[in-house]
Write a protein that binds this ligand. Structure first.
Ligand code: ADP
Length: 236
């Protein structure tokens, strides 16, 4: 694969079969993302964003087509190898933080660090996301914005090459959303992590290097952003 392409999606199809009817959630998607790119994927509810992210993230399987990440065709991997690949290379951040409530902040991040092959230093990552001083608390003692920072720390501690964020600010107020978006851009710059951020908020697309728009399971727009804004300049 071309050295600078981190992700290549070719002719990707996902069909959900329910009874007699086939439903095409993804219709022959083609997409290339460069290493280090910050890409925002926009689209209305039901357009196929989560389906696409789940296949790229190795959580779900395609019906046909290919997904290559670095030099690995993940769509061809067996389940065990796919899980290994995901653990090593992909960090995922969801709308609702999904932290383990009975573990402290540090322990939540440690869980991810332990199963990684080449993890970053936990305290350094906690410091980087601005919650090192909260590390011995339990998630329920933190605000939503702080919990999302922990979820981001957990996703990147494994030294992930690809960070997938599915509506990462969907449960946050405006100020916390901007802080989380700033943090994601900082991580993208610091570690050259490729970021795929899914949202239905078109304002967030203004901070991206690349904007991809999905509609009814198809890519209807895919362009480089020529006027990139800082997270702090966004308004909604
Ligand atoms: P988005 O993330 O853009 O809201 P999704 O990827 O969740 O969209 O869903 C795309 C389409 O696929 C929707 O019409 C949804 O109803 C359908 N879909 C998603 N998951 C399933 C499933 N497990 N079974 C059947 N249909 C599904």
């Amino acid at each position: 694969m071309d050295k600078n392409i981190l992700l290549r999606i070719s002719e990707l199809v996902k069909i959900y079969r329910s009874g007699e009817q086939d439903f095409f959630a993804l219709k022959k998607i083609n997409l290339e993302i460069q290493e280090g790119e910050f890409c925002v994927i926009l689209g209305p509810s039901g357009s196929g964003k989560s389906t696409l992210m789940n296949i790229i993230g190795g959580i779900d399987r395609a019906t046909s087509g290919n997904v290559e990440i670095m030099d690995t065709a993940i769509t061809k991997l067996k389940d065990k190898a796919l899980t290994e690949f995901r653990r090593k290379n992909i960090g995922i951040v969801f709308q609702f933080y999904n932290l383990i409530p009975s573990l402290t902040i540090k322990e939540n991040v440690e869980v991810a660090s332990h199963i990684a092959h080449n993890p970053l230093d936990i305290d350094e990552v906690l410091n980087g996301v601005g919650i090192l001083d909260q590390k011995n608390k339990f998630p329920s003692k933190l605000s939503g914005g702080q919990q999302q920072r922990v979820a981001i720390a957990r996703a990147i501690v494994k030294n992930a090459k690809l960070l997938i964020c599915d509506e990462p600010t969907g449960a946050l107020d405006f100020e916390n959303s901007i802080e989380v978006l700033k943090l994601l851009r900082d991580i993208n710059k610091k570690y050259n992590t490729t970021v795929l951020l899914v949202t239905h908020n078109s304002e967030i697309a203004k901070m991206a290097d690349r904007i991809v728009m999905l509609k009814n399971g198809e890519i209807v727009k895919n362009e480089q952003n020529t006027q990139i804004l800082q997270a702090a300049q966004l308004e909604w």
